[in-house]
Design a protein around this ligand. Structure first.
Ligand code: NAD
Length: 253
């Protein structure tokens, strides 16, 4: 059911939150746009400017690795300046209140952790761009280290241990999804009574399978997104408005 206006949507959502015992949020890039981080698919989004670099391309081509790191450094000020928005803060309030055991996110910006979620309660399906990892042995690196080496050598650095390429700790297209995170997200989706998809176009799979999975396992499904999604038809409530406006009333509750 699509809420006729923002106010009735917020009221209905408030009732559903009050009635729920276990809420699982599932967030996408839309929750972070008010924090200054562009999403992928809105006009002006990242993909209207850049073609994504596939994982096999990153592995095979030094030029692709250099280009990938140049793009990441170009975004550094944006990521470094971003602070949690109203959506993040509302979810953190419900987490503190014991309603949310953990959340599932496609985001890579670390803003849920910054809003007060313990790292182990943020299931990052697509990793985290605020640090880097070796794609061979998994050794973690600070971005500052990568940047320094890039500037000194004029090219993206390899791992100091195994000499494999170092990449942001994100999951690229064509890269394997992380097993543990997929397993935990599956369990959360199957064992909640309210699942709220927030700011996702729900077109990136397998992540987009979780709202449907929760609904099929008996949870109520809410979708908050300013554009329609393919799963609006199966949702119990669709709030097609700005996320900050829709979730702002729940900050501090
Ligand atoms: P997406 O760009 O496909 O969809 C975002 C959706 O949010 C769009 O439908 C848009 O209409 C909506 N939206 C944007 N701002 C909104 C607002 N203020 N209020 C309401 N709706 C709003 O993003 P997605 O579904 O998360 O795509 C998945 C991929 O994007 C993931 O792989 C993720 O890793 C990556 N991504 C992450 C970030 C981030 O970490 N902040 C940023 C860009 C992309």
């Amino acid at each position: 059911m699509i809420a006729s206006d923002l106010r009735s949507g917020v009221e209905r959502l408030g009732d559903m939150i009050a009635e729920a015992k276990t809420i699982v949020p599932f967030t996408g890039a839309g929750i972070s746009t008010e924090c200054g981080i562009p999403d992928f698919r809105s006009p002006g989004g990242v993909w209207t400017r850049y073609r994504p670099i596939q994982f096999d391309e990153f592995v095979a081509s030094r030029e692709a690795r250099d280009e990938s790191w140049r793009r990441r450094f170009a975004m550094e000020e944006v990521f470094a300046a971003a602070r949690p928005g109203r959506g993040h803060r509302a979810l953190a309030s419900l987490y503190r209140a014991g309603k949310i055991p953990a959340l599932i996110t496609q985001n890579i910006d670390n803003l849920h952790q910054a809003s007060g979620f313990a790292a182990e309660h943020v299931i990052e399906l697509h990793g985290n761009t605020t640090y880097a990892r070796c794609i061979g042995c998994g050794k973690a690196y600070q971005l500052d280290w990568v940047k320094r080496r890039f500037e000194e050598e004029g090219a993206a650095p390899n791992c100091t241990v195994c000499d494999e390429p170092v990449k942001t700790a994100t999951i690229s297209f064509g890269q394997m999804m992380p097993d543990d995170e997929m397993q935990r997200a599956t369990e959360l989706s199957q064992h909640c009574d309210l699942f709220i998809a927030i700011g996702s176009s729900l077109v990136v799979w397998p992540a987009a399978g979780f709202p449907m999975m929760a609904k099929n396992c008996g949870a109520r499904l809410v979708i908050i997104n300013r554009e329609p999604t393919d799963q609006d038809d199966i949702a119990d409530l669709v709030i097609r408005h700005d996320i900050g406006e829709a979730l702002g009333p729940f900050v501090g509750n």
